[in-house]
Ligand binder design. Sequence first.
Ligand code: TLP
Length: 345
Amino acid sequence: MGIIELRSDTMTQPTDDMRRAMAEAKVGDDVFGEDPTINRLEEMAAERLGKEAALYVSSGTMGNLVSQLAHCGRGDEIILGSHAHTFFFEQGGSAAVGSIHPRTVPNQPDGKLALEDIEMAIRGDNVHFPRSRLILLENTHNLCNGCPLEIDYMKAVGEIARRHKLKIHVDGARFFNAAVALGVEPKDLAAEADSVSFCLSKGLAAPVGSIVCGTHDFINEARRARKVLGGGMRQAGILAAAGIISLNEMVHRLAEDHANAKKLAAGLAEMPGLSIDPDQIHTNIIFFEVTQADMTPEQFVQRIEAGGVRMLPVAGGQKVRAVTHYHITAADIDRALGVISKVMG
Ligand code: TLP
């Protein structure tokens, strides 16, 4: 029996359809705008998110960075969550590469930034202050149990942004998980955002790549930023071909991943020595705590790995993360729960 890989949805392997499409892809030099497969993927992505244009980039990290560089100038300030992936896990690229100042406000448990906290963080016109330029939201929110942000919340943040002439960027690494979980059209969920980046290489199973969407002007700036970061990729249509399959075939099935995450959470909630509230799980990411006194999350993860189940311990606490995806079936969840129950028993 194979390993049940629950560390991340980034572990997904390209499907047979993807491998075929990659082998047959028509390609050209994308820095010259001449790769027909990339051009098609970018058009499809822009259309899905209801934006004028899109840009294929190598990763979610690059998508967020080129978006910040396109929206902000040197010394501008972005407002983002204290648990935002962009703040936590992207090497501080906003400041390190972009000379952009990050201003964090607390993430609520559901991944939102409280509206009053956003208002409070917006700077007035004062010689001492950086200029507030951008609000950066994350949908779904990785560290907040994969919670999706709803359209009503986006509207409320949009109203604040318009009133203060700020832009909104959404780190939508798992944007389609959010849309599927909420049962809304991706373009409706994206409507308030000036830019959205989403990953093809996570639940959508492509081997590589993310997309940034926005206006033509924004995408022109993002394209310049991608080039200076060394991200102009020539015949990368060979990779983008898999992304087309992601958008056409892999979105609707994300609901299965969400159902499997719920099933896993419900099973874990029954186990002694573990703590999780299954009602907090809405998409494919779950976090739970190891509460058994003599067991660290690292030990828990080592022991379940011996039984063929992989999860990720979160550094500096009691938490463990599991993420469901394309290769995980309901039967795998039953098997994983069996292994965990032996470890905790
Ligand atoms: N997240 C990865 C790891 O970096 C933790 C994962 O396994 O979840 N935004 C969000 C919300 C993300 O979760 C990630 C990746 C990124 C951006 C960055 O994407 P990549 O890894 O393609 O640069």
